[in-house]
Ligand binder design. Structure first.
Ligand code: CA
Length: 175
């Protein structure tokens, strides 16, 4: 069962890049470009679905992402990682005190984001709830991905090779 990510980011290019990268890592990604989008997703598409981690941009077209922290954390117990271009210590401390689990200043490395997501979910017991899944992804070329997934909970090794995501063609092997 894959982990679900709510990605709130108004920069379309960054949102697409993060979505691709996270999907390669095996996450299910729900993207929102504004506070209104995110609230609509939480109220409808994700109403009955556990969100395992939220990545939240602060500068959104219809307001500050900060206003969503409370709803995500208190309302749904979702770990929140703030992604921001702002460096201010005051806001950072306020966000962390206000319930955000972590804060990453843009630009950040994908590896660091993935590591912090794991930490935030581990702290909240999100990873242990589902089978521990370790994914290794290698980007071969723009549209070709190779995905190796090891499911340690069942002791089974599942290898999924995905040639081209747009065609959905893939082959699987289990051992
Ligand atoms: Ca922004």
């Amino acid at each position: 069962m894959s982990l679900t990510v709510l990605l709130v980011e108004d920069d379309a290019e960054l949102r697409a890049t993060l979505r691709d990268a996270l999907e390669v890592e095996g996450y299910r990604v729900f993207g929102a470009a504004s506070l209104a989008d995110a609230r609509a997703l939480l109220a409808h598409g994700l109403a009955h679905e556990a969100v395992d981690v939220a990545l939240l941009d602060l500068g959104l077209p219809d307001g500050d992402g900060e206003s969503l922290v409370q709803q995500l954390r208190t309302g749904r117990g979702v770990p929140v990682i703030v992604l921001s271009a702002r460096h201010g210590d005051v806001q950072k401390v306020r966000l962390l005190d206000g319930g955000a689990d972590d804060f990453l200043v843009k630009p950040f490395s994908l590896l660091e984001l993935l590591a912090r997501m794991r930490v935030a979910m581990r702290r909240r017991g999100r990873i242990l709830e589902k089978s521990a899944t370790v994914c290794v992804a290698v980007r071969i070329s723009d549209n070709s991905f190779r995905r190796l997934t090891r499911r340690s909970a069942s002791g089974a090794l599942t290898v999924t090779l995905s040639k081209n995501r747009s065609t959905g063609a893939r082959s699987s092997a289990s051992a």
